[in-house]
Design a protein around this ligand. Structure first.
Ligand code: SF4
Length: 207
């Protein structure tokens, strides 16, 4: 058992709006990159969110793997590399139980290779979407990508691209859970209104 904890904003599962297929998505709290126009400015500060032990996060993921027919996990934020040890453990565990790992980062792939710890994280990732969000270059074709400067890197044979699912319209997902609403997906302003999926906390759609 590890005593390590992570600062987490939200976990959504099963979500279909944060990468291909049904996924367990985790938003880390805290990002020092602070791209102008980021759709998650409430995640900039490390002071928000909840402190959760890695043991509890892994058990949450294992439960989702057992019950929610997920094909992978998505780590985003916030900036996953700013909680590197936690992100690496989660990614390694996900791969060990047969799930794919998709990571959105504001850093560039080349920066990951500059030191041993980020390079080790890279070994546990199947698909990396890299680079800071650039509000002057909104992406219009690739699903889930914020701006056209951001690159998709396939880092393992388990990842596939092109994948027709990356070409569908972006979606906004609205989940009714425990008396509250979770809204995630692609809430960028000044873009076409995305298709909205409305569902319960088990992933059953209302539309
Ligand atoms: S790196 Fe990601 S989370 Fe951080 S400011 Fe940029 S878009 Fe937002």
């Amino acid at each position: 058992m590890t005593a390590l904890t992570a600062q987490i904003s939200t976990i959504a599962c099963p979500t279909e709006a944060e990468g291909p297929g049904r996924r367990w998505a985790l938003w880390f709290q805290g990002c020092s990159i602070r791209c102008p126009g980021c759709c998650n400015p409430h995640l900039f500060s490390k002071d928000g969110g909840k402190t959760i032990s890695i043991t509890d996060l892994i058990s949450n993921l294992d439960k989702a793997h057992k019950n929610d027919a997920i094909e992978g996990i998505t780590l985003l934020g916030g900036e996953p590399t700013e909680q590197l040890e936690a992100a690496t453990i989660l990614a390694e565990h996900a791969q060990s139980i047969g799930l794919t790992v998709l990571v959105f980062t504001g850093k560039r792939l080349e920066e990951f290779k500059e030191n041993q710890k980020t390079n080790s994280f890279l070994q546990k990732i199947d698909i990396l979407v890299d680079g800071p969000f650039d509000i002057t270059q909104p992406e219009t074709k690739r699903r889930w990508i914020g701006s056209s400067n951001q690159r998709i890197h396939l880092l393992s044979k388990r990842a596939s691209y092109p994948d027709p699912r990356w070409e569908l319209p972006n979606t906004l997902e609205i989940t009714l859970r425990q008396g509250s609403l979770l809204v995630n997906g692609f809430p960028l302003v000044n873009q076409k209104i995305p298709l909205a999926i409305v569902k319960d906390s088990h992933g059953n759609r209302f539309n």
